[in-house]
Design a protein around this ligand. Structure first.
Ligand code: PMV
Length: 332
């Protein structure tokens, strides 16, 4: 082999304003609804190097220096398989990945992890950059990873095709569109979630009577939020983000067995956000919660320090992370 089949990519998580919750195809992570997110950036980054190597007898995965096997490795192999198929490549790969943020802090690293993996593998295999295809391949590792490929404000289209090639994410506004917007991540609990999003969302699809209207509302809400981002209408955007988060957690609670990802402190933070806005006299901060207890407070840069102080007085906070809209994946 003359050319080195190695590449490195850096990627960040994203925070969904309209969530992905439920699949129409579990093997390919094809969603039931469109979703919309803001891609985050430093200090929340994953750096991943992929090396295709004829000396390897199997794919290997190192995360923060530790070998990963089982489900984590199997998911990574599915992403590598999709890249190998595109590149007509028959070599195994070694993957080495590390997070700039401490793992076990309750920050979901699957979106940034699979986005970095798909991008590094794509480049290592010598393929010409194709954002849509890389997004669709990242999606095979973790649905939300499809959105971390693109920068700024992003929509993941659910698509229609059974093979999933039309289910990818793309940006509708760059980070420079709204550079003062912030996600203030309030880490309340760093324990691993008991019911992972993969199992939880399919239970909701099967059992929640609130699920069909939630899905139906999704595409309308994506269009509405897209318009509110493009017109930079902060109060209405934040109200809509909170309404979506509340609707998701209502579906979760209505699932059999019920899914309670928010804890008592999450609820305190949500109530505080409503009170803070009432005090200010307009909606200047909004909350959104994923499949975990940690709060994402969407606000503008000028509010961050005051919010940190007030939230710290209210509940025990393990860590804060602050991110502006980020650039999407970078292949080094
Ligand atoms: O693809 P996953 O397993 O990371 O699913 C993520 C689901 C939520 O975070 C709850 C919502 C979302 O759209 O990010």
């Amino acid at each position: 082999m003359s050319k080195s089949l190695q590449a490195t990519a850096i990627s960040s998580p994203n925070i969904a304003f309209v969530k992905y919750w439920g699949k129409r195809d579990s093997a390919l992570n094809l969603p039931t609804r469109n979703s919309l997110s803001m891609t985050l950036g430093a200090p929340l980054e994953t750096k991943t190097t992929v090396t295709f190597d004829p000396k390897l007898g199997a794919d290997t995965l190192l995360m923060n220096g530790k070998a990963v096997e089982g489900d984590g490795l199997a998911r990574a192999c599915r992403v590598l398989d999709a890249v190998r198929k595109e590149a007509k490549l028959a070599l195994h790969a070694s993957i080495s990945s590390s997070n700039s943020f401490p793992t076990g802090t309750g920050i979901a690293s699957s979106a940034s992890g699979f986005a970095a993996l798909a991008s590094a593998a794509w480049a290592a295999a010598g393929l010409k950059w194709d954002e849509k295809k890389v997004s669709a391949i990242a999606r095979i590792g973790s649905g939300s990873a499809s959105r971390s490929i693109a920068g700024g404000f992003v929509i993941w289209e659910k698509g229609k095709k059974p093979d999933g090639w039309d289910s990818f994410a793309s940006s509708f506004a760059p980070p420079s569109h709204w550079p003062e917007l912030r996600d203030l991540v309030v880490v309340l609990d760093d324990a691993h979630k008991k019911v992972g999003s993969n199992a939880g969302m399919q239970d909701s699809v099967k059992t929640s009577k609130l699920y069909p209207p939630y899905v139906k509302e999704g595409d309308r809400r994506v269009e509405k939020i897209k318009g509110l981002i493009l017109s930079k209408n902060l109060p209405s955007l934040l109200e809509e983000i909170m309404a979506e988060s509340d609707a998701l957690h209502a579906v979760m609670a209505d699932t059999t067995p019920p899914l309670y990802y928010m804890n008592e402190n999450s609820k305190k933070v949500a109530a505080f956000v409503r009170q803070y806005n009432a005090r200010v006299g307009k909606t200047v901060v909004g909350y959104t919660f994923d499949a975990g207890p940690n709060a994402h407070l969407i606000t503008t840069a000028d509010r961050v320090e005051e919010l940190k102080k007030e939230v710290s007085k209210l509940v025990p906070v393990k860590a804060f992370f602050v991110s502006a809209p980020g650039p999407g994946v970078k292949v080094l």
